[in-house]
Design a protein around this ligand. Structure first.
Ligand SMILES: Cc1cc2nc3c(=O)[nH]c(=O)nc-3n(C[C@H](O)[C@H](O)[C@H](O)COP(=O)(O)OP(=O)(O)OC[C@H]3O[C@@H](n4cnc5c(N)ncnc54)[C@H](O)[C@@H]3O)c2cc1C
Length: 363
């Protein structure tokens, strides 16, 4: 039976959930608090080559700026080059999101801009009522089901500068030196002499990023001519606890709203697509427990990523230094990184990583 469904948030996750439901004949309202899709931008948009296809996008529709078959890891004066397979791409994030919203609307989703959902309640007839604020007025929508795809609620503050200049042709990750480490810094080429330089942290992130911008380590690799703009958002670093929204009672959530993020990097576009598809599938089949059991398996995987992040935070500088050696480089050259599956990669690589550390320790 077709349902009336309200989806909170027209980010990548909400647009995909909405489209998958509308395609199956449900009447879908997508409520977005901003006046347009994709702005303000928060994300770097570095994903594996496969991610656009998870959203049903191919060719020009995917809004790819650059493609990379390698990335560089930098620790002090040492560096390692990772092979990436599949390759990674830098997305033109605003265009990517707009495309997704257009695809949703073509499938029949009704997108209502400038409507911020403030409350979801159950009315006297037992139906769900979504209360939103639009231009200072309260609006109500009566629906059978509500889905929260409204993005991250808590995490680290992520900040990045879009700069013009002359720098690397592949993404770079700069690791922090002290322990505990909060995060890392990144430089991601955007094509045509543009780069995103960013980091995340709990406090004073701007100060941290400005210090990195002024550091010799960066200056040696990126010559900044002009800072074009600054933007950022919340980077999720906590594994999910339940498939339900933390802000709307009894409402199922997906994407960042459900902490569906690869916690090692803060990358969430691949996981948002997976959770959107799983949730839409469960609603389409009329079996929400299907989503609950998918979520349980996924929760364990994301916990594994959280564990890897923890290892990174507490790894002593001496071990970090040891890890940047020729034997490790040889291993990485022969074993391309699976961008969306760090966990499997690290598990498979553990013996080689240990061997490289021991070789280094022995001199
Ligand atoms: C600094 C930074 C860098 C990142 N870099 C990468 C990267 O390189 N690769 C990667 O894969 N991921 C990256 N991410 C993560 C990625 O941006 C998210 O995982 C992804 O956007 C999640 O999509 P989403 O649709 O769940 O949430 P969002 O993209 O956050 O979308 C949520 C939408 O809901 C709307 N909304 C929120 N509340 C309401 C409300 N009450 N009513 C109506 N609308 C509402 C918002 O306006 C927004 O449009 C990064 C994140 C940050 C902060």
């Amino acid at each position: 039976m077709p349902l009336r469904v309200a989806v909170v948030g027209a980010g990548p996750c909400g647009s995909l959930v909405g489209r998958l439901l509308a395609k199956r004949g449900h009447e879908v309202f997508l409520l977005e608090e901003h006046a347009e899709v994709g702005r303000p931008r928060h994300c770097t948009g570095l994903v594996s080559r496969d991610v656009p296809s998870y959203y049903g996008m191919t060719g020009k529709k995917a809004h790819i700026l650059e493609e990379f078959s390698e990335a560089e890891l930098i620790y002090g004066s040492r560096s390692l080059v990772l092979k990436l397979e599949p390759s990674a791409v830098a997305l033109e994030r605003e265009g990517f999101e707009l495309e997704l919203a257009n695809m949703a609307s073509e499938a029949g989703v009704r997108i209502r801009f400038g409507e911020r959902v403030t409350q979801v309640r159950t009315n006297s007839e037992g139906r769900r009522e979504v209360v939103s604020e639009a231009r200072g007025m309260k609006e109500n929508v009566d629906v059978d089901a509500v889905v929260d795809c409204g993005g991250a609620r808590e995490g680290l503050a992520g900040l990045q500068y879009e700069v013009e200049g002359n720098g690397p042709s592949i993404p770079q990750v700069y690791f922090e030196r002290g322990i505990p480490r909060e995060y890392f810094y990144w430089v991601v080429p955007q094509g045509e002499g543009r780069y995103l330089v960013g980091t995340a942290g709990r406090g004073a992130v701007k100060r941290k990023l400005d210090a990195f911008m002024g550091s010799q380590m960066l200056k040696e690799r990126l010559e900044v001519a002009k800072v074009v703009r600054a933007f950022g958002g919340i980077v999720v670093i906590k594994p999910p606890s339940s498939p339900y929204s933390s802000r709307f009672q009894g409402v199922l959530a997906a994407g960042d709203a459900a902490n569906q993020v690869k916690i090692t990097t803060g990358g969430g576009l691949a996981f948002a697509a997976a959770s959107a598809s799983a949730l839409a599938d469960a609603i389409n089949r009329g079996d929400i427990w299907r989503y609950a059991s998918w979520f349980k398996r996924r929760k364990n995987l994301i916990k594994a990523y959280a564990f890897l992040r923890h290892v990174y935070i507490w790894l002593p500088p001496s071990t970090m230094e040891m890890a940047f050696n020729e034997r490790m480089q040889d291993y990485l050259t022969g074993h391309p990184l699976l961008f969306d599956q760090h966990w499997e990669y690290f598990v498979n690589s553990a013996p080689a990583i240990l061997a490289a550390l021991i070789a280094r320790a022995r001199g």
